[in-house]
Design a protein around this ligand. Structure first.
Ligand code: ADP
Length: 399
């Protein structure tokens, strides 16, 4: 069975085609700069040469068509016939309170996904456009929606409510939702397998640290807290997002700098975080290089990131009354030896002790804790696309 996974952003479309018999990737690719003057398709078929096509890509429908043409191309394609695609899985950022699991897409489901735009005006519209384009071009292929928020729908009410008037929750669904759920679910399942223990008996903290970073408390296999909130802006300081700040700072800066709500939102998402602190970069490789050269603001940004991650670990261990394992994933979690070390430093109170030797690892599964550590520390590369493909197969098979 071949499953296509699509992740549509506002001007991009990422895809992966899986052979689900052995979970191998047949091809993956990226369509960028959709709607701009010059767009680009990068197609990477497994075992064949990479292809790049540069031309104007007017909209997402054209992008989906380009992707399908690339998959079918007689030279660099991997399919003989479009009918080989048995199902399509779509990443959807926000499922609101309506979706606590992945779901087979129907017209009714599309209506509900569209209703979720109210709480995710920036994130859901491109996902919807992508699904509609794919449904149009592959009308007979079953499709599944997999939501970043779904895994966190198990959070208790006292964890997801903010200290705002209750009417705001009733009127506008203002509450914590949590994000990166597909990644947290994938790595928590993998962690249980690595430890050879039932997930129902484990208290875990999963740290997805990338351009966007979020931390989840996974108790007995269920998410009970995620550091992101109503939007992916809340939580730990990120590449360009501010994370937690005193909310009173927002109107203060808007007034002082004469910034509109729209601009302020953009500012908090794009100009802050470790980029805003360091003035160097949002990329942790650049920050680590700059810190090695004694750049004090790059050093500060890295210290802030590690310190804030530590505080989440402490508070989530308290929320779960214990901690068996922490899991590092995402670009930084999987690759930054320095950041993993900084986060785990002086955490012996929690039984966390990482072995410097074992920590010399990038981009592959590893247990980096000392054998006698009470709390294990694991590195697990995430694979949201595979998780989406697995959900898609499960739902299509039971239909
Ligand atoms: P996204 O959130 O966009 O999916 P990723 O999870 O791919 O992002 O993470 C991207 C980030 O990972 C980069 O900005 C970079 O800071 C970090 N990163 C990748 N490789 C390394 C590395 N070798 N050392 C430190 N940081 C790294």
């Amino acid at each position: 069975m071949k499953v296509l996974v699509i992740n549509c952003g506002s001007s991009s479309l990422k895809y992966q085609l899986f052979n689900m018999e052995d979970k191998s990737v047949l091809a993956k690719g990226l369509v960028e700069r959709i709607g701009l003057e010059v767009g680009m398709l990068k197609h990477m078929p497994t075992g064949k040469d990479k292809v790049e096509i540069s031309e104007k890509i007017a909209n997402h429908r054209v992008a989906v068509k380009m992707m399908l043409d690339a998959l079918l191309d007689k030279n660099h394609g991997v399919l003989k016939n479009i009918s080989e695609i048995s199902a399509v899985g779509h990443r959807v950022v926000h499922g609101g309170e309506k979706f606590s699991d992945s779901i087979k897409i129907t017209d009714e489901v599309m209506t509900v996904i569209k209703e979720c735009v109210a709480v995710a005006p920036l994130h859901n519209p491109p996902n919807i456009i992508g699904i509609e384009a794919a449904r149009e071009l592959l009308p007979d292929v079953p499709m599944v929606g997999v939501f970043d928020t779904a895994f966190h729908q198990t959070m208790p009410r006292y964890a997801y409510m903010y200290g705002l008037p209750y009417e705001l929750y009733e009127k506008y669904a203002v509450r914590r939702y949590g994000f990166h759920g597909t990644s947290h679910r994938f790595v928590s399942d993998e962690a249980a397998k690595m430890l050879n223990k039932p997930i129902e008996e484990l208290k875990m903290i999963t740290l997805h640290l990338g351009n966007g970073s979020s931390i989840t408390a996974v108790k007995n296999g269920k998410s009970i807290e995620n550091s992101m909130g109503f939007t992916p802006l809340e939580g730990i300081i990120m590449g360009t997002r501010c994370g937690n700040i005193d909310p009173a700072i927002v109107p203060f800066i808007m007034e002082k700098e004469g910034i509109s709500p729209d601009k302020m939102n953009n500012y908090l998402n794009k100009k802050c975080g470790v980029y805003g602190i360091s003035g160097v970069s949002s990329d942790f490789r650049d920050l680590e290089d700059a810190a090695k050269k004694d750049n004090p603001r790059a050093e500060l940004a890295l210290k802030m990131f590690a310190y804030q991650a530590k505080k989440f670990i402490g508070s989530y261990a308290a929320a779960m009354n214990g901690l068996d394992v922490i899991v590092f994933t995402g670009g930084i979690g999987e690759n930054s030896i320095t950041m993993r070390q900084m986060i785990c430093e002086d955490m012996d109170y929690f039984g966390l002790k990482i072995d410097q030797q074992k920590n010399q690892v990038r981009g592959k599964q590893a247990d980096i804790s000392f054998d006698d550590a009470k709390t294990k520390a694991l590195v697990i590369p995430t694979n949201e696309e595979l998780m989406i493909a697995l959900d898609t197969v499960a739902l299509v098979k039971t239909a």
